[in-house]
Design a protein around this ligand. Sequence first.
Ligand SMILES: *[C@@H]1O[C@H](CO)[C@@H](O)[C@H](O)[C@H]1NC(C)=O
Ligand SMILES: *[C@@H]1O[C@H](CO)[C@@H](O)[C@H](O)[C@H]1NC(C)=O
Ligand SMILES: *[C@@H]1O[C@H](CO)[C@@H](O)[C@H](O)[C@H]1NC(C)=O
Ligand SMILES: *[C@@H]1O[C@H](CO)[C@@H](O)[C@H](O)[C@H]1NC(C)=O
Ligand SMILES: *[C@@H]1O[C@H](CO)[C@@H](O)[C@H](O)[C@H]1NC(C)=O
Ligand SMILES: CC(=O)N[C@H]1CO[C@H](CO)[C@@H](O)[C@@H]1O
Length: 401
Amino acid sequence: MLRLLSFLLGLFIFPSVQGGIELNSRNQSSCVLQDAPRQCGSFCLTTLNPLLNHSRHIRKRLDEIKAGQTNLSMTTAHGQEDLKAGFDSRFKLAEEQHMAVNSEMQNKLQELVTKEDFVKSIQALQAKLDARLDRMEKLGTMKTTADANDELKNQEEHLKNRDEQISTLTTRIEAIEKTKSELSSQLSECRKSDDNLPDSCPIDSPNGIYQIKLRGLEPFKVPCATSPPGWTVIQRRIDGSEDFNRTWNDYKSGFGNVTGEFFIGLEKLHRMTEARPHELYIKLGMLNGSTGYAQYDDFKIGSEEEWYELKNLGIYSGEAGDALEYNKNQRFNTIDRSYDPAYQCAYQFGAWWHKACSYSKLNAKYYKDGKGSDGIQWGPFQHDDWSISLTFVEMMIRPKS
Ligand SMILES: *[C@@H]1O[C@H](CO)[C@@H](O)[C@H](O)[C@H]1NC(C)=O
Ligand SMILES: *[C@@H]1O[C@H](CO)[C@@H](O)[C@H](O)[C@H]1NC(C)=O
Ligand SMILES: *[C@@H]1O[C@H](CO)[C@@H](O)[C@H](O)[C@H]1NC(C)=O
Ligand SMILES: *[C@@H]1O[C@H](CO)[C@@H](O)[C@H](O)[C@H]1NC(C)=O
Ligand SMILES: *[C@@H]1O[C@H](CO)[C@@H](O)[C@H](O)[C@H]1NC(C)=O
Ligand SMILES: CC(=O)N[C@H]1CO[C@H](CO)[C@@H](O)[C@@H]1O
């Protein structure tokens, strides 16, 4: 502004000065006579008078012009001074205005800085800037864009693998859960049906075939007797329809027909009598119609490792006599497995807890005519008449109450 003003002022003043100089130089070039009569004489005077007169007139005019010029010059100088003064005052004013504006701006700025909003916005901006700087720094640790891309790809691959693993595991877990729930429902149903199955013959139920279940064994059918009630039939001979000359494995697992002749099996006997004390009841019959029974109050059979030993019998009672006490603590013998092979008792008298053979042989050969020294026998019941062979046998057990 100041510069512009001075420039304009210069342009304005300069031409006026030039004009003044031009007038002076013209004055110098004019031809003016100082004392015309003395220089020219009377002749000359008349000729020259009008000329001189004209010259004087011209000079007068020139003086006037000169005075005007001086006035003009003075006026110009005045004007210049006036202009300068005007400019100075304007400049001063402008300067004052500038100062005023400047100070106002300073005040405004101060006001802004002290305003809390402004400070906050500045802080927010600063935080954003810091975050961006952080990111830039991180990016800066990646050597190149390619490296960064590789790293990203690796991470993506890793995540993808993880996802696949998780999905596989989830599927497996679901399958396991399903199997688990199926098994659990099967188990509960199994338990339900097992719970319904007794582990021995029911006491108050009618005579017949019942299914019972022992722990660790599949359910199996047994005949249950009503007279006396609650007894489980474990062996029966009635008509010789079943072959009792059998191997160890047959006696172990049982054989025959539960509605007819059969043997329950030594393993079942072991498990039943081991679980809780049992009584043994033996019903005997001859062809001539004589019947008798023998009862023992603590019947116990050992494990297969113990050769299904007759571990205990308890106290005998009955009317057929005690033909079994003799066999107590003896191992079970079959034709293919004998503890004392010298005697071969099982070959001759059937499978039993033989002790150099026995006074009781309830698995021996069945003679329908009731005669046979190697037949079914119970010594005291037939008064040691070894020619007699029994035609009816039922062995039964029941838990001791
Ligand atoms: C000079 O000229 C003026 C007019 O131009 C005239 O009036 C005057 O009489 C003249 N004087 C002489 C002496 O000629
Ligand atoms: C000079 O100028 C002043 C005012 O500017 C004026 O009054 C005066 O008559 C002028 N003088 C001449 C000889 O023109
Ligand atoms: C079992 O014995 C009964 C009566 O003796 C007979 O009716 C049935 O057919 C026999 N069952 C088998 C499978 O031998
Ligand atoms: C059956 O035979 C046996 C032995 O001979 C005898 O002791 C018994 O009294 C007989 N019973 C009948 C009812 O005949
Ligand atoms: C049992 O069978 C065997 C052959 O397997 C035989 O030698 C034996 O005499 C039979 N015993 C009886 C009592 O039938
Ligand atoms: C610059 C100059 O020479 N001015 C002259 C003009 O004429 C008058 C009168 O004759 C002189 O006095 C000046 O000096």
